[in-house]
Structure formats: structure tokens, C-alpha cells
Design a binder for this molecule. Structure first.
Ligand code: BES
Ligand code: ZN
Length: 455
């Protein structure tokens, strides 16, 4: 039997195993799920051992553990592929908007619904099963493989960078591959060549030292929520551009050639509006929606709170107001510099009646990968073989900060070989993975590894 036939006959068994993996609620941001994170790491370890990896380790970090595995079966003359994925997931909230329980994998038609189905357990799984297919048919994978599966991607990978720096020899490889992004449509495979970076801060505005009666003090004491709203309003100008001085200084402009190529990517405005659930788009009028969502930097308030937010009315002039603000960045913006600029700006526009503290939650650099490498050509052919369609090149608006770290610390490029779909509901209720994409994904990975191994 060849590896592709092996995929075919094992589909239903593998689906059961994937459901088992998905049913572990490995939510990285919530302390009460720490045991589930550890269970997911052990599940992966057992799975990697079962598919044949001779070396598998759950390696502790200051946060959640890293699952590392290696199988250097192809010998020193063959290339080494570093596979990255994350086994942690976003919280399932808001729970009442799920049609099925978030951690009970449920199949509806061709879709598998569960938190983590697409981001990233279902995608990471394609690599594990591709390797099992090689093991069971040819004895071993055709390239040397190293797996780096982390449990903190959804919370900013704060312990991953130090891990990479401390284990450069262990992680040495020729190229990395990550399946944690999406393609354009069921039959429109895509290779992502650029990701945005991110800078994430939390703002705390303090007015009076304690909560006050709004009837007794209102009108003479500045309300910190009112002040914060005005400060937030100052973050964009009338053209919907970010108004923080210096924000665009380092932005690498899009050249005419790239803009023309992005304009050719299949894009249906009506379908996009429907997918987003909005009646009109918004943003910088000088750029298209595709450019604005992938190649231009942004600023969004992710949460805002303070005062009384329980049911009913309470008259209070609160002591504090908070907001979480993230900025998606493009090369060559540096997240540390951008975090500094927003702090400076917020402090400059804050009225003297309140005090402001800005905390840096996390940051990561964006990345652009070289589109003209042997590995990208192999990925291109692999998608053609796996999906029967030529892939398109696209930029992605989300962030996978490890791509920049691999370049910086290990000197290697990354192939972003995603199998998700734009309507997979990542980070939202009713996350799903299109099952045919799991199987085509496994086949694509098999083709990719075969081509890489053949040199
Ligand atoms: N899988 C996503 C990144 C992604 C999203 C790729 C959409 C392609 C399309 C990843 O798990 C993610 O959500 N990353 C975070 C990173 C952040 C916490 C540093 C993100 O982009 O918000
Ligand atoms: Zn992800």
C-alpha cells in the first residue's frame, strides 16, 4: 500500500482519534484548564509515540509545556523539516451562541464542529497522520522531521521565544512548516506568504480614588470611562487611519506589482460582507478590503470595561476604566516600538483629571517569506496534487509570531501550508473544520514531504 491509500482506508479511525483530541478543553488563557492543557500535551505525546517517533518529550516551560518529537530517519544528507503547531485553544465564550457543546466534537454534513477543530488541533493533526501513513507503508518519513507543538499560542507564545533560543541545536532544521492558516475556499488552495505582527496593551484610567455617587459628584469629577472613551476616539482620524504619531513610519509600502497581484486574488465583496455579518465595510479608503485586512496595520479595541455592568441601573461615578487594545502590524513595524508609541500617545492625550497606566500584554513581529524557494515550490506542487488545483499566493491578517522567530533565531524560512477555510469561525462560537480539507490536507502534507525528501 502507498501512503495515500493508507490515508483513505484509515479515515474513520483517524476521525475518532481527532475527536478525542478535540474533546480536551485545552484553553490556555484560563488557569482552571491547566490540567486539560497537560492532558492535551500527554495525548499528543502518546499519539506521536504511537505513530512511530523514536524520540518524544513533553518539555516544561515557565508556562504550558512544549511537546517535542523527532525522527531523523532520512539521514544527514536529507533535509530536516520543523513542524510547528499549537494544541491550545481559545475560550469557547460566548457559550450560548454555540449550536452544539463547544468541546463535544459534532459532525454536521462535511463539517466537524468543536473549539480547536481548525485552530489548530485539526490542522496540526494532518502532519501527525501524514507521518503515520509513511511509517505504516514505507517504514519511515522521507525527510527528517522535528515537531514543536506549543500550548501558549493563543496567549502570545511568551515562553516560546526563550525556548527556541535555549534549544537552537535541538531545533536546527532546513525549513519549517505550519498549518495554522486558511485557504481561500474549498477548491481554492492558498499559500500564505505574509503574516501580520501584533502589539497588545491594556490601559487603566483612574479618576477618583474610590467609586462616587454620580448625583453628588457628577459634573465636578471627571468620569474615567468618559475620559477613556475620548482617548480611544483619538486613536483614529476621520479617514479611519491610526492617528498615533509615528505609527506608520516604519510601514513597508506595497509596491504596484504586489497591489496588482493582490487585486487578482479571488474576492467576492458581497460574500465577504455576509461572512463578516456587516452591511458595509469600514477602513482606510486608499486601500482595498484585501489590502486592509492583510497588508496594512490596524488598531482595535478588544474589550472595554468599568463601572456598573450588571443587570439594571446603578448610579455610580466609577473610580476606574479599562480597555484592551491590539494593533496588527506589518513589516517593518516593531511591536515594542509600537507599544511605546501608543503609551506615549495615550498619556499625551489624557486630560490632567485622570491618571493612565499602560501595560504591555504581548507582542510579536510580522513576517514575509521568500516566495521563490525550493520548499515553496514543493508546497505549490503538493497543493496541486492534494487539491487538484493550483494554489494562489495570499497575505494573511492574523499573526503567527513564531514565523519571525524561526527566521531570526534559527535562520530558516517557513512554509505556511494552511487547510482551514475563511468561515471556520476561529475564536468565535461554532468553530469548525471542513473534513474533506483534513483528508486533502494529510495528502498534501504527504506530497510535500515526498517532494522535499526527493531533493
Ligand atoms: N491560527 C491563528 C492565526 C491565523 C488566524 C492565521 C487567521 C490565519 C488566519 C492563530 O492561532 C492566532 O489566532 N494567533 C493569534 C496570535 C496572537 C495571540 C499573538 C492572533 O492572530 O490573534
Ligand atoms: Zn492558531
Amino acid at each position: 500500500m502507498n501512503p495515500l491509500d493508507y490515508v483513505h482506508v484509515n479515515r474513520s479511525k483517524w476521525l475518532d482519534e481527532l475527536k478525542e483530541f478535540l474533546s480536551i478543553p485545552s484553553v490556555s488563557t484560563q488557569a482552571e484548564h491547566k490540567p486539560d492543557i497537560e492532558r492535551a500535551a500527554r495525548w499528543l505525546r502518546d499519539q506521536l509515540q504511537a505513530v512511530g517517533f523514536p524520540k518524544v518529550e513533553v518539555m516544561p516551560t515557565a508556562g504550558h509545556p512544549i511537546v517535542y518529537a523527532e525522527w531523523l530517519a532520512a539521514g544527514p544528507s536529507a533535509p530536516t523539516l520543523l513542524i510547528y503547531g499549537h494544541y491550545d485553544v481559545q475560550p469557547p465564550d460566548p457559550l450560548d451562541l454555540w449550536h452544539t457543546p463547544p468541546f463535544e466534537p459534532t459532525i454536521v454534513g462535511d463539517d466537524l464542529f468543536c473549539r480547536g477543530a481548525s485552530d489548530d488541533k485539526g490542522q496540526l493533526y494532518t502532519h501527525v497522520k501524514a507521518i503515520e501513513a509513511f511509517k505504516e507503508t514505507l517504514g519511515a518519513p522521507p525527510v527528517n522531521v522535528k515537531c514543536l507543538f506549543e500550548g501558549e499560542e493563543e496567549v502570545g507564545s511568551v515562553n516560546l521565544n526563550p525556548f527556541i533560543v535555549a534549544h537552537k541545536d535541538l531545533l536546527a532544521a532546513d525549513v519549517a512548516v505550519i498549518s495554522d492558516s486558511h485557504i481561500l475556499g474549498k477548491d481554492i488552495p492558498a499559500i500564505v506568504y505574509a503574516l501580520r505582527g501584533i502589539a497588545y496593551v491594556e490601559v487603566e484610567v483612574t479618576g477618583p480614588t474610590g467609586d462616587l455617587h454620580s448625583g453628588i459628584y457628577g459634573g465636578a469629577v471627571h468620569n474615567p470611562i468618559n475620559a477613556l472613551c475620548a482617548m480611544i476616539a483619538s486613536l483614529h482620524d476621520e479617514h479611519n487611519r491610526v492617528a498615533i504619531p509615528g505609527f506608520y513610519d516604519a510601514v513597508r509600502d506595497l509596491d504596484a506589482g504586489e497591489r496588482a497581484a493582490l487585486a487578482k486574488i479571488p474576492f467576492n465583496r458581497e460574500a465577504w460582507l455576509k461572512e463578516a455579518g456587516v452591511s458595509a465595510d469600514w477602513g482606510d479608503p486608499d486601500y482595498t478590503i484585501v489590502e486592509r485586512t492583510s497588508a496594512r496595520p490596524t488598531l482595535d479595541v478588544n474589550g472595554i470595561w468599568g463601572g456598573y455592568i450588571e443587570p439594571g441601573a446603578k448610579t455610580v461615578l466609577p473610580s476606574k476604566a479599562f480597555a484592551k487594545i491590539s494593533m496588527r502590524l506589518v513589516p517593518d513595524q516593531k511591536h515594542a516600538e509600537i507599544a511605546r508609541l501608543i503609551e506615549e500617545h495615550l498619556k499625551a492625550v489624557a486630560p490632567p483629571t485622570v491618571s493612565v497606566a499602560v501595560r504591555n500584554l504581548h507582542g510579536g513581529e510580522g513576517a514575509i517569506v521568500n516566495r521563490d524557494s525550493a520548499a515553496i515550490r514543493a508546497a505549490f506542487q503538493a497543493y496541486e496534487a492534494g487539491f487538484g488545483v493550483t494554489p494562489v499566493f495570499m497575505r494573511e491578517g492574523g499573526s503567527i509570531p513564531v514565523v519571525a522567530a524561526f527566521k531570526e533565531e534559527l535562520g530558516i524560512d517557513t512554509v505556511l501550508m494552511g487547510f482551514g477555510l475563511p468561515d471556520d469561525n476561529l475564536h468565535a462560537p461554532n468553530e469548525k473544520m471542513h473534513l474533506p480539507n483534513v483528508y486533502k490536507g494529510i495528502e498534501t502534507v504527504i506530497h510535500f514531504m515526498t517532494t522535499l525528501g526527493a531533493g
